[in-house]
Design a protein around this ligand. Structure first.
Ligand SMILES: [Zn+2]
Length: 239
């Protein structure tokens, strides 16, 4: 999902079992404090474990290297339940020697709406959201500059249709709005790519491809815009 995270040791709480890990997306606005090693994969939630007395710069309990403190948002939690529930429910299977054994169980929870919030916390600038491609609601945002120009709107619709046929999710801004309003809204909504179609470029057979993350514009031939964008995602025409 393009997120920077840590899997931290956590308390199993009411669910029980022998071990659990929380998946924390690191962000300054996170509600939890996480202590983690600067060298190995050791990480723990400060409040929920016995490491509370450890602080910044103290040695890692696994490797001895210094610890650091971050803030994070919990977006997932995996539990190793062991045989706690299978014993209570007498859930048995026969192993290869025909002996009865209790099932080893695990479970997990994912905070779907928290992932969206965490992704935006980690991927934005002063203009708005910058969606990671893997979870972007739209990959491409098409912005026709002159909505009263038949040529511009026709080219925009052709590119829109061709990308949709390749299974790429596209948002098409067909509103009768000023270009500045459309550009600002495209940056705010944060699709990873924008295709800007304007009269002057179109006369030369060109459109502009803007990468939201870097803000870079590339002029490409109209005919190539579709295959150019499609090539980013390995998308092929739908049969
Ligand atoms: Zn360590």
């Amino acid at each position: 999902m393009g997120l920077t995270f840590r899997a931290v040791e956590a308390d199993n709480g009411l669910i029980g079992g022998s071990q659990s890990d929380e998946f924390m997306v690191l962000t300054e606005t996170g509600e939890e404090e996480i202590i983690s090693c600067t060298a190995c994969l050791y990480a723990a939630n400060i409040e929920k474990t016995e490491v509370g007395h450890r602080g910044m710069g103290d040695p890692c309990p696994r490797c001895g290297e210094p610890l650091k403190i971050d803030r994070g948002i919990e977006v997932g939690h995996v539990f190793l339940l062991g045989t706690k529930y299978s014993k209570e429910m007498k859930a048995l299977f026969l192993n290869e020697r025909g002996e009865e054994r209790f099932f080893e169980m695990g479970c997990y929870g994912i905070g779907v709406s928290r992932i969206i919030a965490a992704a935006i916390e980690q991927n934005h600038d002063e203009k708005g959201i910058i969606w990671p491609i893997s979870i972007a609601p739209y990959i491409v945002h098409i912005v026709p500059v002159q909505d009263k120009s038949d040529d511009v709107m026709m080219a925009a619709k052709q590119i829109y249709t061709a990308l949709m046929e390749r299974g790429i999710d596209v948002l098409f801004d067909d509103r009768a709005e000023r270009p500045g309003v459309k550009f600002n809204d495209a940056d705010l909504l944060g699709a990873p790519y924008q295709i800007v179609i304007g009269e002057k470029n179109l006369e030369k057979g060109l459109v502009e491809l803007k990468e939201r993350k870097t803000g870079t514009f590339t002029k490409i031939e109209t005919d190539h815009a579709i295959s150019h964008v499609a090539s980013y995602f390995g998308a092929a025409p739908k049969q």
